[in-house]
Each structure stands twice: as C-alpha cells, then as structure tokens.
Design a protein around this ligand. Structure first.
Ligand SMILES: C[S@@+](CC[C@H](N)C(=O)[O-])C[C@H]1O[C@@H](n2cnc3c(N)ncnc32)[C@H](O)[C@@H]1O
Length: 263
C-alpha cells in the first residue's frame, strides 16, 4: 500500500480508541524524556506524534512554548480539551511528521517524540524533517521501542492477524545502528536503554484495555469477524505464559532513548 493511503488509514486508526488510559502506561517514559530535555521558560518546543498531549503538557507546565502535532484529529481533540481544562497554552495541530508543512526551517529549540514518529512509514522523510525544523544546537529526544523488547514481542504476536505486513518496520527506530544511519550526518547522538514495565492484573485486563482504548489493536480486533476471539485468546495466553509475575502480569518493554544535538 502506498505511504499516503496508509497514513490516511492510520489517522483514523490511531483515533479509534480514546488512548488516554494507554498513554498513562508509559508515564515513566514521558518523565524521563522531559527530565533529559529540561524544558525552559520561552523555549520553542515541538512534540511530534503527540497523541493526547502527555509530553506537551509537561513541557508547557515548565514554561516552554509548545506545539503538539499529530496525524489523528480525534486524539488532538482530547489533547485540546485536557489543555483547556488545565489552562495550558499549547498549540495543537493536525499534521504528518514526514512533511511538517507550514513549519519553518530552524523554528524549534527542542523536538521530542515518545513512541510516536517510529510509526510513520517513511523513516528517511521523518529524519529529514527532524533535521530541518531544529535550529543548530537544538536538541532532539526520541523514545523508541526496541525490536527485542516486550513491545516488539507483542507486535510479533499480533502479526499473523494483520491483513498485510507494514511497508517498513517501526522497530528499526529502536536500533542504534539504524538511527545513526538516519540521523548521524545531521546530529551528534547518544543513546540510553530503559525498560518500562506495565503491570495489569491479568492477561484479560490487558486485553480489555488495549482492545477498547488502543487504536491499532481495537481496529485489528474489530476487523477480524469470527477470528476476533482467536486474537483475544492468543493475547491472553501470550501474556499469561510469558509475563506472569506474582498475582498479575509484568510486561517489560525495552525502549531506546535517542538524545541528539543538531550540528
Ligand atoms: C503510540 S502513540 C504515542 C502518542 C504519544 N506520543 C504518547 O507518548 O502517548 C503514536 C502516535 O503517533 C501518531 N502518528 C502516527 N503516524 C504519524 C505521522 N505520520 N505523523 C504524525 N503523527 C503520527 C499517532 O496518531 C499516535 O498519536
């Protein structure tokens, strides 16, 4: 499927679940990236693939002038409502991180993306935009799931149910070598590995959250007709067999923190 057609579908897919409960399972990642990037008063900060605004809100509370951009209008509606409720001034706009139309070269001091830009299919196009919109000396922070971690394993468990393999692998953004290829000419790079652990009470509770609130899983489950129950059973068994810990589940999800400075 051509990239543009795929992204049309993705903008609907990501917004098909309310998502907020899912983003709260990676609050530790949001805290770490904001800690490393250290928002300051008046700094121009772009959070790409911002979802419902977890990082944008944290940066805005610290005084940064924040723009949050996402492909999904439905998720941005939630983000705007959250910002209004807290009286945070955040500019939210619908957009594609592979193009960043209307954003000038060197417009931002900081660009962040947590488990976000990795899902845009044209990795080289996204990398070019990261280099374009950051000013020299500007800082970039990306949190990307690694292929060998628990999120990679979860996506492989779901793969046999997908209608077609994706045109590119989002988990390539979780490999240091690939990130060096994509960003190394434009950025000085350093890396940290972390593990975020999600602890639902059971495989069944994990399924209930992700089959209702997480757009990609909800869309897949809703498309399967009679095979929906097979995915449900596969999901529950996968977590009960591989991630059982005490009375519940401990899903350890390794991620790569990319910290970069624009040359
Ligand atoms: C797993 S969510 C992460 C959201 C948020 N960064 C967080 O930490 O919760 C992935 C997000 O990437 C967005 N996304 C996917 N492809 C995109 C693209 N090409 N341009 C902008 N956003 C995109 C989705 O709409 C979704 O909000």
């Amino acid at each position: 499927m051509a990239y543009e057609e795929l992204k049309q579908r993705q903008s609907v897919m990501w917004g098909s679940g309310p998502y907020q409960r899912v983003t709260e399972t990676i609050a530790d990642i949001h805290e770490i990236i904001v800690d490393r990037l250290k928002p300051r008063e008046g700094q121009c900060w772009l959070d790409l693939a911002c979802g419902t605004g977890a990082v944008a809100e944290r940066a805005a509370r610290a005084g940064a002038k924040v723009t949050g951009l996402d492909l999904s209008p439905a998720l941005l509606e939630q983000a705007k409502a959250r910002a209004d409720a807290e009286k945070l001034e955040i500019e939210y706009r619908v957009g594609d991180c592979e193009r960043l139309d209307g954003i000038d070269e060197g417009a931002f001091d900081v660009v962040s993306s947590t488990c976000g830009i990795m899902f845009a299919p044209d990795h080289a196009a996204t990398a070019r935009q990261l280099g374009r919109v950051l000013k020299p000396g500007g800082r970039l922070g990306l949190a990307n799931w690694t292929p060998e971690g628990g999120l990679g394993a979860m996506f492989r468990m779901m793969a046999p149910f997908q209608p077609a393999p994706p045109p590119s692998n989002p988990f390539d953004w979780g490999k240091e070598d690939r990130v060096r290829e994509l960003l190394g000419e434009m950025f000085d790079l350093r890396f940290e590995k972390h593990i975020s652990i999600f602890r639902p009470s059971s495989g069944q509770e994990y399924w209930e959250i992700f089959s209702t609130d997480y757009g990609p899983t909800k869309t897949l489950a809703d498309s399967l007709g009679p095979r929906r129950e097979e995915l449900h059973r596969t999901w529950v068994d996968f977590f009960e067999k591989n991630y059982k810990s005490g009375d519940g589940i401990a899903h350890d999800r390794e991620w790569l923190l990319v910290l970069a400075t624009r040359k």
